[in-house]
Design a protein around this ligand. Structure first.
Ligand SMILES: C[S@@+](CC[C@H](N)C(=O)[O-])C[C@H]1O[C@@H](n2cnc3c(N)ncnc32)[C@H](O)[C@@H]1O
Length: 348
């Protein structure tokens, strides 16, 4: 849910998920604090006190999820893998260096930087992704999209599956799919070169080099792919003639007029081009449908994450253009019961 705060979305995914996730310490180099906060933390006390004081401060200053925010930051500073394990460190004192680092990171949070950027990584299903602003932070509901794709892949008779992801961002979808199913060959494309590079870094860290190829390319308005650079994979790769068993995408789908109402976490820190779907939210979805009509094998499937108003249009599109041989199959709901994911079949 892009209209909720990132941590809200995360919280909605369930405390179980939060507790199941692993965290590694990484140095933060991208945050330039603008003010010092001696009021809260002049004398760095123990973990329990720090959580109490800072969550209060966050709450007073309107920072969403004040307790979760400070818990993630403290866990990160201490190098504790799960915030839930902080219970066992309640009486632990921080060193001076840790206090200074904590204060800097808390200032970032007061400036509404998302926790995911502050700690520099986040979990998606069972993989951990490095995250760097302004590349889109994967949302928990997108894990549902991956579940549906993996279910269909698992049911397929083919020994190898060719998957294309359009708009890979940090790599959440492609890397989670390839990580979960070794029969998958994935091509991940993004119009943003920085996103492609981050995706590549995450792919290499997960040892998925042989399964996931990353291409800097854009799906254009006429439904073709404009190639900028094949960053990894065959030099002969032609995305306007290659066909796939599955195409999956979480494209920009927020209507432009909804952007001003989004949380500061999103508006200040994330690349708005990654979420802005134009006047009707369909700016990328329409060309994607055209592209999928040409690039899916008969029997292949397109999976899209969309706004709740889009499934109706997608159904209308498939009926209006029978020559595309696309058949609307299903709409699936997200955690909030909104129509969020659409499945389309390519018929023979
Ligand atoms: C909402 S983000 C999704 C990122 C990632 N798949 C995820 O779920 O975390 C959309 C991504 O699509 C990319 N994108 C936007 N328009 C595109 C286009 N026409 N062709 C290829 N990629 C595009 C953006 O750069 C952005 O990384």
């Amino acid at each position: 849910m892009l209209t909720r705060s990132i941590l809200s979305a995360r919280t909605f995914a369930g405390i179980v998920n939060i507790e199941a996730r692993l965290y590694r310490t990484k140095s933060i180099t991208f945050c330039r604090p603008t003010r010092r906060l001696y009021t809260v933390n002049a004398q760095c006390s123990n973990v329990g006190e720090i959580i109490k004081q800072w969550s209060q401060r966050f709450e007073n200053e309107g920072v969403p999820e004040p307790v979760e925010s400070i818990e993630y930051i403290v866990a990160h500073v201490l190098g504790i893998k799960k915030p839930v394990n902080l219970t066992f460190a309640k009486h632990e004192e921080l060193t001076l260096d840790q206090c200074n680092k904590l204060e800097t990171l808390c200032e970032c949070r007061l400036s509404r930087m998302p926790v995911q950027y502050i700690i520099g990584e986040w979990d998606f299903r069972d993989i951990t992704l490095k995250l760097v602003p302004p590349i889109f932070i994967p949302r928990p509901e997108t894990e549902i999209l991956v579940d549906f794709v993996l279910k269909r892949i698992g049911a397929s008779q083919n020994s190898r599956q060719e998957v294309l992801e359009v708009g890979c961002g940090s790599g959440a979808i492609s890397l989670a799919i390839a990580h979960a199913n070794k029969t998958v060959n994935c091509v991940a494309i993004d119009t943003n070169r920085q996103a492609c590079e981050l995706c590549m870094e995450n792919r290499d860290a997960l040892d998925l080099k042989n399964q996931v190829h990353i291409v800097h390319a854009t799906v254009t308005d006429n439904g073709t792919v404009q190639l900028s650079d094949i960053l990894s994979g065959s030099e002969n790769l032609d995305l306007n003639s290659k066909t796939f068993d599955f195409i999956v995408s979480n494209p920009p789908y927020i209507c432009t007029h909804q952007i001003p109402a989004l949380e500061p976490e999103i508006k200040i820190y994330e690349d708005l081009r990654a979420i802005n779907g134009g006047d009707d939210g369909l700016k990328v979805i329409k060309p994607l449908l055209k592209y999928a009509a040409a690039a899916l094998k008969p029997g292949g499937r397109l999976f899209l994450e969309v706004d709740a108003s889009h499934p109706e249009y997608i159904k209308f599109f498939t009926e209006k253009y029978p020559n595309f041989k696309l058949q609307y199959e299903h709409t699936y709901k997200d955690f909030c019961n909104f129509h969020r994911f659409v499945e389309v079949l390519k018929i023979a």
